[in-house]
Every structure is written in structure tokens, then in C-alpha cells.
Design a protein around this ligand. Structure first.
Ligand SMILES: *[C@@H]1O[C@H](CO)[C@@H](O)[C@H](O)[C@H]1NC(C)=O
Ligand SMILES: *[C@@H]1O[C@H](CO)[C@@H](O)[C@H](O)[C@H]1NC(C)=O
Ligand SMILES: *[C@@H]1O[C@H](CO)[C@@H](O)[C@H](O)[C@H]1NC(C)=O
Ligand SMILES: *[C@@H]1O[C@H](CO)[C@@H](O)[C@H](O)[C@H]1NC(C)=O
Ligand SMILES: *[C@@H]1O[C@H](CO)[C@@H](O)[C@H](O)[C@H]1NC(C)=O
Ligand SMILES: *[C@@H]1O[C@H](CO)[C@@H](O)[C@H](O)[C@H]1NC(C)=O
Ligand SMILES: *[C@@H]1O[C@H](CO)[C@@H](O)[C@H](O)[C@H]1NC(C)=O
Ligand SMILES: *[C@@H]1O[C@H](CO)[C@@H](O)[C@H](O)[C@H]1NC(C)=O
Ligand SMILES: *[C@@H]1O[C@H](CO)[C@@H](O)[C@H](O)[C@H]1NC(C)=O
Ligand SMILES: *[C@@H]1O[C@H](CO)[C@@H](O)[C@H](O)[C@H]1NC(C)=O
Ligand SMILES: *[C@@H]1O[C@H](CO)[C@@H](O)[C@H](O)[C@H]1NC(C)=O
Ligand SMILES: *[C@@H]1O[C@H](CO)[C@@H](O)[C@H](O)[C@H]1NC(C)=O
Length: 364
């Protein structure tokens, strides 16, 4: 049987449940959230909405059900209701703990498990535990032993433990989570592989057995096993450079690491401190048990990335990811080649407002 082009197109489209996907993007210093539309057949990337907000958003996170958008802002954590794929409305905010060494919230994440607690940190020595509807503050806590610059958080998939990457003090913290209230208890702290590595962001494999940590100054991703008894990370000397061989590490600072939707790949990025040099994207294949199998490539990004180059793997397919840039102000969609030996930018949109683009989250 010979199928017509139309029949083939219909057949293909029945495999792709949605060709058009949506993202929200935050900014470092302007009062906007952008809603973007990406078509995975035509590769068009367009601005669907420019939403004016009460503050800037160095980090944004969608709730498990995509009905809430949480933001880290200047001196506050914000809560927006997601109206639809291109619209969010401001609902509430809570302040940072007043004793904190920093007034600038820098990271926020949320639990996928009831009661869907929200966790925020500034680039400082404290953190805030917030209920999903921002009706109050559950807990203010301080990182003990003089920590001064925690930068990223990641939960175990069942939200029983929370890990924190301590950039300024070269540590990884482990907290136990009270299942009923979301409150945290400090249960341990581990030194980074070496002094000056600067753990920045981290992510837990969906099987809960591996933790991947961005070492900002070392420009590496480090793999930790999560101990099945203590649930603390254990380092077995497995780390990979996120720069090509013979690169000058001092001009780069690694940014972000995230697992792809089906846990086939690990995506990681570095930025350049010099505007005349590029950042780099590296993708790893993962074993069935969650550990890194191979580093597939290290390839230059379009620009230095500015202070961003944050990579967000797509929620709908393992081969796509969004990357943000602040040196110009843009978002790109990158796609792996069929054999995953490299990746290229397949779509680009400039969002030049003086503060864009911090991180992108995929709505659908
Ligand atoms: C939001 O945070 C949760 C918990 O860490 C994480 O699993 C999820 O990937 C984040 N979602 C987005 C869209 O950033
Ligand atoms: C999303 O909500 C906004 C604001 O109410 C509305 O203007 C827009 O038409 C809606 N879009 C869709 C696709 O429903
Ligand atoms: C805030 O969100 C809650 C749901 O968590 C909703 O009931 C309430 O109406 C919203 N308030 C505003 C001012 O949007
Ligand atoms: C947390 O700190 C904020 C700001 O200082 C304060 O308004 C709030 O009452 C505190 N909440 C708790 C539970 O400690
Ligand atoms: C904040 O400082 C006050 C006064 O020193 C202290 O009583 C309080 O326990 C501190 N709060 C936190 C969450 O560290
Ligand atoms: C949560 O996940 C961890 C790691 O997979 C596991 O050791 C622990 O037993 C789980 N806890 C609950 C309450 O499911
Ligand atoms: C990791 O490497 C260090 C330094 O080379 C060595 O002392 C240590 O025994 C190694 N640890 C493991 C678990 O292999
Ligand atoms: C980029 O600029 C810096 C400072 O001006 C210079 O030292 C460096 O050699 C330049 N790098 C490249 C790749 O041209
Ligand atoms: C995970 O799987 C890889 C590939 O099969 C294997 O080499 C490695 O030993 C496994 N790790 C553990 C802890 O079993
Ligand atoms: C993940 O794998 C399942 C089973 O192979 C497939 O149905 C699903 O479409 C995949 N999802 C993504 C996001 O690739
Ligand atoms: C990978 O793709 C990039 C463009 O995205 C290109 O600059 C680079 O040369 C490619 N690398 C290899 C090894 O083919
Ligand atoms: C979004 O709207 C604001 C306010 O009108 C404007 O200043 C900004 O330039 C717009 N952003 C983009 C990318 O067009």
C-alpha cells in the first residue's frame, strides 16, 4: 500500500500528541514573565505573551500539576496562578527570613508529593519552607556552620529528603523532610570533592539513587550515589569536565544540570565569563540504574550565555531542551542529532529587555 503525503502526515501527527509546546521564561532584572510557543514540526519559536509582573524572577518553577508557578524574586518568593499555557496571574508572595545574610532569593523548587511544599533559598545562609498556596510560612531555617552562599536545591522523587548545593562553602547539605508538613531537619553535610569546586545546582535521578551536582568553578558535573540507608550522597570519584580538553577553566563557570523526561540523558551547561568566548553544552547517556554511561559530547553554545545558559530538557521528548542567554537576551531550543553524537540550536527567539533570560520551564 502506498500512503499519500497527507496520510503519512496524519499518521505521524497521531504519534505526536501535540506539535505545539509552551514554555514560561523568567528574567533577572525586568518585571516580566514571557510565554513562548515552540512547534516541534516547523521549529517556529514565538512570543505568545509578555506578562508584566510585580518583580523580576531569577528562578521559576512549575508545580507538579502545572497550576502554580513559583518564583524567586528580589527579597521575596512569589506565587502565580497558571491560567492556561500562555497566561499567569500574580497571587501572593512571602518574605525572606529577616536574619538572612542575603536579601536576594535565587532558587525555588516544589514537591511532587502531597502537600506539595515549596522550598526557596536566597544566595545566603537561610531558607524558607512554604505551603503550596502561600497562605503562610511553614518554617524559616538557617544553614549552620557559617554557610554563606547556598545556590540550588533538589528533592528525592518521593520528597523524603532535600539536598542543597552550597556554592560559597563547598558543601552539599542533606535535610530530612517531614512528610506531613514539609518541614526540614538538618541531617548531614558533606564537603565537595575539592576546595573551590563550588557546588551550584544539583538534580536527583528519578530512581532516587544518584545525585548529579554542578561544580561551578571546576566546570564539572559530579556523580554521587545516594546511600539507601542514610539517604546522604556518597562520592566515588566520578566526575566529568564540561569543557573541551585543554580549555581554560578560569574563564568559565558551570551553570545547570537536569535529567531528560524519560531519564535517557543528562544535560549540563557552562557559561563563559568573557563575552568573546562561548559557553558549552554537554549531554550524557544514563544507564538503566541511573548512573552516567557515557559523555556523548561537549559542544559550544551560541554565545557566552552571559550569567545564564540554563538548560531545561523538554517535558515531551528526550531530544529537545531550552537554553537561555543573558548576553543578548534570547531563548533557544536545542535538539540532539538522531545518533545523539551532537546537538544543534533548531529555534531561536530574541527577548531583549535588559534582564532576560533567566530560566525556562516547559508547560507542555
Ligand atoms: C520544579 O521542581 C520540581 C521539584 O524539584 C522538579 O521535579 C521539577 O522538574 C521542577 N519543574 C520545573 C518545570 O521546573
Ligand atoms: C489564556 O488566558 C488569557 C487570559 O485570560 C486569554 O487572553 C487567552 O485567550 C487564553 N488562551 C488560551 C489558549 O485559552
Ligand atoms: C490564589 O490562589 C488560590 C488557590 O491556591 C485561589 O483560591 C485564590 O482565589 C487566588 N487568589 C488570588 C488573589 O488570585
Ligand atoms: C519567617 O520569617 C518571616 C520574615 O522574617 C516572618 O514574617 C515569619 O513570621 C517567620 N515565620 C516562621 C514560621 O518562622
Ligand atoms: C533570628 O534572629 C533572632 C534574634 O537573634 C533569633 O531569636 C531567631 O531565632 C533567628 N531566627 C532564625 C530562623 O534563625
Ligand atoms: C523514598 O525514596 C527513597 C530512595 O528511593 C527510599 O529509600 C525511601 O524508602 C522512600 N521513602 C518512602 C517513604 O517512600
Ligand atoms: C578518590 O580519590 C582520592 C584521591 O585520589 C582517593 O584518596 C580516594 O580513595 C578515592 N575514593 C574512592 C571511593 O575511590
Ligand atoms: C577574550 O577577551 C579577553 C579579554 O579581553 C582576552 O584575554 C581573551 O584572549 C579573548 N579570548 C578570545 C578567545 O579571543
Ligand atoms: C550501573 O549500571 C552500569 C552499566 O550496566 C554498571 O557498570 C554499574 O556497575 C552499575 N552500578 C551499580 C552501582 O550497580
Ligand atoms: C517515555 O517513554 C515512554 C515509553 O517508551 C513513551 O510512551 C513516552 O512517550 C516517552 N516520553 C518522552 C517524554 O519521551
Ligand atoms: C556539533 O554541532 C555544533 C553546532 O551546534 C558545531 O559547532 C560543532 O562543530 C559540532 N561538533 C562536532 C564534533 O561535529
Ligand atoms: C515586554 O513588555 C515590557 C513593557 O511593555 C517592555 O518593556 C519589554 O520590552 C517587552 N519585552 C519584549 C521582549 O518585547
Amino acid at each position: 500500500m502506498i500512503l499519500s503525503r497527507v496520510a503519512v502526515a496524519l499518521l505521524l501527527s497521531s504519534f505526536c500528541s501535540a506539535a505545539v509546546h509552551h514554555l514560561f521564561v523568567g528574567t533577572f532584572s525586568t518585571h516580566a514573565i514571557y510565554a513562548l510557543e515552540f512547534d516541534d514540526e516547523t521549529y517556529s519559536l514565538t512570543l505568545a505573551a509578555n506578562i508584566t509582573t510585580p518583580s523580576e524572577h531569577p528562578w521559576i518553577n512549575l508545580s507538579h500539576d502545572r497550576k502554580s508557578l513559583y518564583t524567586a524574586s528580589d527579597s521575596a518568593y512569589g506565587y502565580f496562578n497558571v491560567v492556561n499555557s500562555t497566561s499567569v496571574t500574580y497571587n501572593a508572595s512571602v518574605p525572606l527570613e529577616s536574619n538572612c545574610s542575603s536579601t536576594r532569593a535565587i532558587f525555588i523548587t516544589s514537591s511532587k508529593v502531597e502537600p506539595y511544599t515549596v522550598y526557596g533559598i536566597p544566595f545566603g545562609d537561610c531558607g524558607t519552607v512554604i505551603p503550596a498556596d502561600f497562605s503562610s510560612i511553614t518554617q524559616n531555617y538557617t544553614f549552620t556552620s557559617g554557610s554563606s552562599g547556598v545556590h540550588g536545591l533538589a528533592l528525592l522523587p518521593n520528597s523524603t529528603y532535600l539536598y542543597a548545593a552550597d556554592d560559597s562553602d563547598d558543601k552539599i547539605w542533606t535535610f530530612g523532610v517531614d512528610i506531613a508538613t514539609g518541614e526540614l531537619t538538618d541531617i548531614g553535610v558533606l564537603d565537595a570533592p575539592a576546595e573551590g569546586n563550588n557546588p551550584r545546582h544539583l538534580t536527583v535521578h528519578p530512581n532516587g539513587e544518584y545525585l548529579f551536582v554542578i561544580l561551578e568553578e571546576a566546570n564539572e558535573v559530579a556523580q554521587y550515589s545516594i546511600d539507601g540507608q542514610t539517604h546522604q550522597p556518597v562520592y566515588f570519584n566520578v566526575s566529568y569536565s564540561l569543557l573541551p580538553p585543554d580549555s581554560d577553566s578560569s574563564t568559565h563557570w558551570a551553570d545547570e544540570v537536569q535529567v531528560s523526561a524519560n531519564a535517557t540523558y543528562l544535560w549540563a551547561t557552562t557559561r563563559s565569563r568573557e563575552t568573546n568566548e562561548t559557553g558549552y553544552l554537554s549531554v550524557f547517556s544514563l544507564n538503566g540504574n541511573g548512573s552516567i554511561a557515557n559523555q556523548l559530547f561537549v559542544t559550544p553554545t551560541t554565545t557566552s550565555g552571559g550569567t545564564s545558559n540554563a538548560v531545561s530538557p523538554a517535558s515531551f521528548a528526550d531530544e529537545f531542551a531550552a537554553i537561555t542567554d543573558t548576553s543578548v537576551g534570547f531563548v533557544e531550543i536545542w535538539q540532539l542529532l538522531d545518533d545523539a553524537s551532537n546537538a544543534t540550536a533548531v529555534a531561536h527567539i530574541d527577548l531583549v529587555d535588559g534582564g532576560c533570560c533567566a530560566n525556562a520551564v516547559w508547560y507542555d
